[in-house]
Ligand binder design. Sequence first.
Ligand code: HEM
Length: 168
Amino acid sequence: MKAPQAALVIVTLAAGLLLTARCDAGTEPAAPAAPSPAPAPSASAAPASLYQRLGGYDALASLTDDFIGRLFRDPSLSRFFAGYSDDARGRIRQLLLDQLCAASGGPCLYIGRDMKTAHRGLGIHEAEWAATVGHLIASLDKLKLAQPEKDEVLVIVARLKRDIVEKP
Ligand code: HEM
């Protein structure tokens, strides 16, 4: 290689190196951004839903399991649940859980029938209603909830009574 050619190669290589160095500099990781300050507690924060105050999905699942177990074991209610298969029990348990979860503000979708349709013709008496609510109270007591949360669940259930009870 002649001298002028060699000089050209050297100049080209040097320019290439310079360009690469500039590009690398441009892709250097940016200095870490200062962490954003934690949000200050706001007086306008939404209050916890009943679902959250009851303890969330797992707590509601325990409540439902305990409640439904009591219903199935109660001899005074056996005319309703005798002969239920395990699958039928599982189905009603899941529907009850979804219903409770949705009604308390949780992220569930109740896809069962409305209460009037599901209970029409069962001829449920006041005494059977009272026994059922008694079981629910016993299950709520087991969760050791504060009285306001218990009361809120009982209010939700009480609203369903006129669609469920057919006989005095
Ligand atoms: C405490 C309030 C009550 C709630 C929240 C409730 C909720 C439900 C739900 C979600 C279903 C399933 C609906 C469906 O299949 O699409 C159901 C069905 C049923 N409930 Fe209730 N229920 C209540 C009270 C009662 C009472 C007092 C009795 C009888 C003592 C009863 C007996 C039944 C029976 C036998 C079925 C099954 C009906 C069928 O398979 O056709 N329920 N209930």
